[in-house]
Ligand binder design. Sequence first.
Ligand code: GCB
Length: 595
Amino acid sequence: MLYPQQNRIRQALDLSGFWQFQLDPEGVGEAEGWARGLPAPRTIAVPGSWNEQFADTRDYLDAAWYATVVEAPPSWRGQRVFLRVGSANYAAAVWVNGAPVGAHEGGHLPFACDVTEHLSWDGPTSIAIRVDNTLLPSRVPPGAAGGGAAGFLRGYPATTFDFFPYAGLHRPVILYAVPPLHLADVTVTTTVEDGTGVVRVTARASEPWAGAGALTLAAETGPITAALAFADGRAEATLRVPGARLWGPGDPHLYPLTVALHDDGRVADTYTLEVGIRTVEVRGDRLLLNGEPIFLKGFGKHEDFPVNGRGLNLPLLVKDNALLKWIGANSYRTSHYPYAEEALRLADREGILIIDETPAVGLGFADDEGLIRQRREQCLRQIDELVARDKNHPCVIGWCVANEPFPAAFGQPANEDDPAVKIGLDFLDALAARARALDPTRPVTISALHGTPLSWLRLCDIVCLNRYYGWYTQAGQPAAGTAVLARELDDVHAALGKPLALTEFGADTIAGHHSIPPEMFSEEYQVEFLRGYLDVAAARPFVVGLHVWNFADFKTAQGIIRPGGLNQKGVFTRDRRPKMAAHFLRERWGGGAPG
Ligand code: GCB
C-alpha cells in the first residue's frame, strides 16, 4: 500500500486535528446509530492515545468512538477516494455517512477503505471510527487472560508485555483521491554490480490493464529513464546507475524515482519514492552493508512520550534521531511493533539502520490450540502488511518476526523434546518463511529470550539475543553476569556459526540515584553493566550488533517491578535527559556534536 502522496494528480487531505470522542463500555454504539453522530461527545486529539488525554480513560481499553466531518473537494468527483488509517490500536471499524466501509485488526499497521460511493458531494461527509484495545488472548500481542506470560509482568492493565497498552488512533487519518486507473503498488529492490547501482522496479496498476508507463530516476548526472510496459496490470523495468552513491549511515543518499502510468498518451498517475541504493547481506558470521562489515550500535526503542502516549510525535522523532547521532548510534529496532512510516522516512534520510519488528511479542506455545492458530493467522497477516508497507525503505535492513517467544513457561530453559517447543518451531518457521518469501533481500530474525531452544535460533539469519545477566539473574553482580554472557555467546556461535547481535541488555536506573560501589538502580551500576556487555562483545568479532535496552525510559502497566509505572532502563529519561550511561556510550561509540 503506497503512502498517500500529494502531487499534480493525487490529492491527500490529512484529517489530523480535534475529533469527537465517546467511550462505549456497554458496546451499544453500533445499535444506537453512533456511526451517524455521537450522543455525548468530548473533544480528543488525533493522532494520540486516549489514555493520557483524560483522567478517566487511562486504563480504559474497551470500545471507543471517534467522529469527524469533512467536505470532500468537488474536484475529486470521478476519482477513487480512500480513507487511510495509519494506526488504530487494536481493532477498528469504519463508517462513512453511516455506512460501514471497512474493518481492521492489528494496531500498528495502516489500512485503507474505498469510500468513493459513500461521500457527499454537496455538503459534509461524516466519518466514524470505533477502536478497541481489549486485551484478548487471541490477539497479537496477546492479552494476559489465558496467556502464559510471567506473573511478575502481570500488572494492571493485564498485559503479557512490558509496555503500556496505549489505545486509540495513533497515526494520521488521511482521505486521498487517485484516478480510477492508478498505481496500486511499487516495489523497488537494489543491488550493486561493479559500482553500478541496479534498481529493479515492479509497478502494479489498480486493474489488469495493458499499456505504457515510465520510470525516471533523478541521478546527479541527469535523469535515468526506462519505459514500462504493463500487461495484466503489471510492469517491470531495471535502471542502471553508473558510479552510484551507495546509501548508508555515512552518506544516506536518496535518489528520487518517479513512476508514471500513461493512458491515451497522457500521464494518468504518478508516484515518487526516495530510493537508497544499497545491499544487505549475511555472509558467514558477518553482517555486510554494501559488501562491507557493519556493526550495529544502538537501541531498542518505544513509541512513547508523556501525553502523546503512542501517538505520532514528529518533533520527538527529530529529537531522538539527533540524540542517536549525538551518542554515536547508527541503528535501532522497532521494538515491539512497527513504528510510524514517518519514522522510517526520517531514518532513510538520516542513514539510520532499522530492524523492523512485527507486533508479535508475548507469544507462548503451551496454550489452547485454537488460540495459537488464531495468533498464527494474525502474525502472518501482520508480516504481509509490514513488508507491503516498508519494503521500499533503504533504512530497513532486516525483519524481526517475533520478540521473545517462549515455549512453555516464560524464561525457563527449554527442552527440545517439549511439545510446546515443536509447536513453537512450526509456528516461528512459518513466520520466518513468510518474511523470506515476501522479501528475499533482507535477513530475518527473532529477538530471543534467555533459554530459547537452539532449534528456534537456527531459523534466524542473524541470531538476536536479549540478555539480562547481571540484572534479572546475577542481580547486583555485573561481572558474574558478563561471565555467563561470554560463555553463552561462544556456545551459541560454536553451535550455529551465524552472526550474533545483542538486541536487548540493560539495567533499570533511577536518574540522579548514585552509589559507589555501584549498586542496582544507580547510574554507576548502569554504566558498569553496559561496560561489561560492550567489552564482551568487542572481544568477539561474530557479534555484529549491540542494541541497549532501552533508548529512553518508557511507560508500562502498573506493577511491583515498575516504580512510577515506568521501565527505567533508558539511557535517557522519558523526557530525553541523558543519564551517565548516555555519556559513557557516547565515548565508546564516538558520538558527534549535539544535533
Ligand atoms: C525484555 C522484553 C522487553 C522488556 C525488557 C525488560 O526481555 O523484550 O519488552 O521491557 O525485557 O526491561 O524487562
